[in-house]
Design a protein around this ligand. Structure first.
Ligand SMILES: [Zn+2]
Length: 236
């Protein structure tokens, strides 16, 4: 019942935004007020989190609805005009630990989020590339450094923000690196100098904790884990 009401509100809002005639504009006015009344319901619904907001079908331009398609088990954006079901799936963030002797290369972010904090070179994977190619590309873009990717070192799921981090170990191939557009600076750090309190992301902090623990043994097995940003509901 609640889910159907939420569906209807989403549909009404999308409709209101595309209203053209005077008659429709009157309806749009009403629908906007309905939205205000039901906003708390939208925010506290127990429906699964929506992967992203979507108002219109990218195939035909019609307003989409949020509903559970036949044979599925979770809400999707569905176009009543052309029947397309729009699936939204997690994004991959790929990066690496560029190694040079006993040091690693970090960069300081020149963009939000986490402006001014340090991180490993990493970013969103692009279409048409492998995870390793993406990690090397991000490293070149953010630090000006070319690397040879060695092995996958950590894989961390972030289900509350729909991301998966993949971090590789990599060999830094030269020292004339320069910060890219998205970095304030790039620098080599020994373990004693790692700015632990100024790391941008929990994924990077955890990966580097594993890395320096493993370095004591000289073995670098892959580490798989997850980080939650919200309390998990009890599992039935
Ligand atoms: Zn459509």
């Amino acid at each position: 019942m609640v889910f159907q009401a939420v569906n209807d509100i989403h549909y009404f809002v999308a409709y209101a935004r595309t209203a053209q005639s005077v008659h429709q504009i009157d309806q749009a006015f009403v629908f906007r007020h309905v939205l205000c009344l039901f906003t708390p319901l939208l925010q506290t619904s127990r429906n699964p989190p929506r992967a992203s907001n979507m108002n219109f079908c990218s195939h035909c331009g019609a307003p989409v609805r949020v509903e559970v398609p036949s044979g599925d088990n979770r809400p999707r954006h569905v176009c009543p005009g052309c029947g397309t079901i729009h699936y939204h799936n997690p994004k991959m963030v790929v990066g690496c630990i560029p190694e040079w002797e006993d040091k690693i290369l970090l960069c300081r972010r020149a963009i939000e989020p986490k402006y001014g904090l340090w991180t490993l070179p990493a970013g969103f994977m692009e279409n048409g590339e492998t995870t390793a190619e993406g990690a090397a590309r991000e490293t070149l873009e953010e630090t000006g450094a070319r690397v040879e990717i060695l092995n996958l070192y950590s894989m961390i799921s972030l289900p509350d923000i729909n991301q998966v981090y993949l971090v590789f170990r990599a060999k830094l191939l030269h020292l004339d690196f320069v910060p890219g557009e998205e970095s304030l600076e790039a620098a080599l750090f020994s373990e004693a100098d790692i700015p632990w309190d100024d790391l941008a992301f929990r994924t990077i902090h955890r990966t580097l904790m594993h890395y320096y623990a493993d370095r004591k043994t000289g073995q670098y097995p892959m580490h798989m884990g997850e980080i939650f940003h919200k309390p998990r509901p009890p599992q039935s």
